[in-house]
Write a protein that binds this ligand. Structure first.
Ligand code: ATP
Length: 238
């Protein structure tokens, strides 16, 4: 069953710098929600708070109604939350296959790791002939695919994605977003998608939030936001 996510009045800071100021948002079970906003708005920080990398200074994060409190990243991953961080986080020195194995650390049996790796090669056929290639030598698009595949290895029910289009050629971006929609439908995973490319994000997500200086400035159905004048002027290049 896909997870549902809720943030209630989350505040977060780096030392004395306050970054998130009262952020509330939801991802429906089985939904795709986009988080948009300018550079520095706090999108990456929001994902870091959810995955337990950064502790919220106030507010609550709930997965299926269960407060995460101050769980470690390890404990959050065990709950079925996968995180594809910005910069992808693949291990450059390791092969594609070994990156997937590392991603499968939460699966109890080796047979399951192998089975899930095969599933990932079905979803991302471009990775299959490259299983023995060092991750650091893959193209930007292939590295992004590997990062997503790695996060999908433990079969998460919620996937956090930080700018999957970054550093990826436009045609490959289209392909990756098609795969994300397919993963959402077929693998039972809800998605929170951080994306600079608002057009693409609003085509992919069913609901979206716009962060501005650490606050939610706007939110609504993607279709509504596409028609919103502020969104058009600031983010859609109208
Ligand atoms: P971008 O699209 O540029 O990544 P973003 O919306 O994801 O932007 P964040 O990365 O969440 O924004 O950053 C929000 C603010 O927090 C920025 O002002 C940034 O400089 C600051 N910040 C981020 N990481 C740190 C850190 N480790 N220490 C101090 N300040 C930080």
């Amino acid at each position: 069953m896909p997870h549902k996510l809720e943030l209630q009045s989350v505040f977060a800071s780096y030392g004395a710098t306050s970054v998130l100021k009262d952020v509330s948002l939801r991802v429906a079970a089985g939904g795709i929600t986009a988080l948009l906003g300018a550079n520095g708005a706090g999108k990456t920080t929001t994902l870091r708070v959810i995955s337990g990398v950064l502790r919220a200074s106030a507010g609550r994060v709930l997965v299926d109604g269960e407060p995460l409190a101050s769980r470690s990243p390890h404990a959050v991953a065990k709950l079925g939350v996968g995180h594809v961080p910005d910069g992808r986080g693949t291990l450059a020195e390791l092969s594609v296959e070994d990156n997937l194995r590392v991603g499968g650390w939460l699966l109890p049996r080796d047979a399951q790791v192998r089975e899930q790796a095969e599933r990932m090669y079905e979803i991302f056929p471009a990775l299959k002939p490259r299983r023995l290639q060092q991750a650091g030598t893959l193209s930007g698009g292939e590295q992004q695919m590997l990062a997503i595949a790695r996060a999908m290895m433990p079969r998460p029910q919620l996937l956090l994605l930080d700018e999957p289009s970054f550093g990826v050629a436009p045609l490959v971006v289209e392909r990756i977003f098609e795969v994300l929609r397919a993963i959402n439908r077929s693998e039972g995973v809800s998605i929170l998608l951080v994306e600079q490319n608002a057009k693409l994000a609003l085509r992919t997500a069913d609901y979206a939030y716009v962060l501005d200086s650490g606050r939610v400035a706007l939110h609504g159905d993607s279709a509504q936001l596409r028609e919103n004048e502020t969104v058009q002027n600031s983010y859609l290049g109208a």
